[in-house]
Design a protein around this ligand. Structure first.
Ligand code: KDG
Length: 324
């Protein structure tokens, strides 16, 4: 029986070759979707995890389900929707050539093809079919992307934060995606603030928190959001500040050569949550987060392929001063 359940949209990723998109002759296929990425980090850490989602009855949907199943994720609550396609996004990458249309080397941009996707039809009804998974688990994780997908998806995430909790934790990563909210008629900041306040573990990037809530400062964010027991603020690429109740810890990030950033936040969340379910101490949660994020930062895909658990454990034990 899964200990953790994540809920959200999976996307097939087409990674372009570096340079202007119009010049890319080929694309590397990958898997994405914040909650799917977190699920695969959790299973790699040895935590039984299920993913609740909807995919289209198409090759991309079958690929995503297979990708997750191959990594040990329980996909029994993934619905196949024959009327809507699986979402796709193209990852455009910079080559730093200076030619018009090219971005800086290492930079990337996401182009979404997801309007009307299978997962945009996620609704509270999808929780009904997954009752067994949800009732028995210790942690439910989703992000502001799931909330942003559609009205019915917002209804689903509001149902999750409103459900009786027992000992179950709700984990929420802000993952602010203006492209999705621009299509909605609701106020993103109001909806997202409700989710932050209604969750037990919350991840915020300082830049996105600044954009949505007007501040990226960890102490001001804690004052604004005293409710979640765990509040984790990622200060750009430099460090992460973690509040656990009134305790505040700051852990610097690893110094490494970044290949591509997309997916690093999900890997951080997966590392933190996995360590939390393993009963580790507060600072260790942040260290596990950083170490898992490093695995995503050093590849072009969104998915973190982690080193063996024993290595992560000894690095987390050693701490940042030994990470260089
Ligand atoms: O965090 C990485 C995700 O952004 C990526 O995998 C795609 O879920 C995705 C999204 O909607 O942006």
């Amino acid at each position: 029986r899964p200990r953790a359940v994540t809920v959200g949209e999976g996307l097939a990723v087409l990674v372009a070759q570096p340079g202007p998109l119009e010049d890319s002759p080929a694309f590397e296929r990958g898997a994405g979707g914040a909650e799917a990425n977190v699920a695969t980090v959790l299973t790699q850490l040895g935590i039984e995890t299920a993913w609740i989602s909807r995919v289209g009855d198409d090759g991309f949907g079958r690929y995503l389900v297979r990708h997750l199943a191959d990594r040990g994720v329980d996909i029994s609550a993934v619905a196949v929707d024959s009327n809507r396609p699986t979402a796709v996004y193209v990852k455009e990458r910079g080559n730093g050539s200076g030619v018009p249309g090219d971005m800086a080397a290492g930079a990337s941009r996401m182009l979404y093809y997801r309007t009307g996707s299978a997962a945009s039809a996620l609704s509270p009804a999808d929780l009904g079919t997954a009752t067994g998974l949800l009732d028995g688990c210790e942690l439910i994780h989703f992000t502001g992307i799931t909330t942003a997908l559609s009205e019915s998806a917002t209804a689903l995430t509001e149902t999750l934060i409103g459900r009786p909790r027992a000992d179950r934790l709700i984990s929420f990563d802000l993952n602010y995606r203006p492209a999705l909210w621009d299509r909605r008629e609701v106020n993103a900041a109001d909806v997202l603030a409700r989710h932050v306040r209604g969750s037990d573990v919350v991840f915020l990037g300082s830049d996105e928190a600044e954009a949505v809530f007007g501040t990226g400062d960890p102490d001001r964010l804690r004052a604004l959001f005293p409710q979640p027991r765990h509040l984790v603020i990622k200060n750009d690429a430099h460090s992460v500040t973690g509040f656990l109740g009134a305790v505040r810890v700051e852990v610097p990030a690893l110094e490494l050569t970044v290949t591509e950033r997309i997916g690093a936040g999900d890997a951080f969340a997966g590392g933190y949550l996995g360590a939390l379910l393993q009963g580790r101490a507060h600072e260790q949660l942040l260290r596990f987060g950083h170490l898992c994020a490093a695995a995503a930062l050093t590849g072009i895909g969104d998915v973190a392929e982690l080193p063996p658990l024993a290595l992560l454990e000894s690095l987390a034990e050693a701490g940042p001063s030994d990470w260089a």
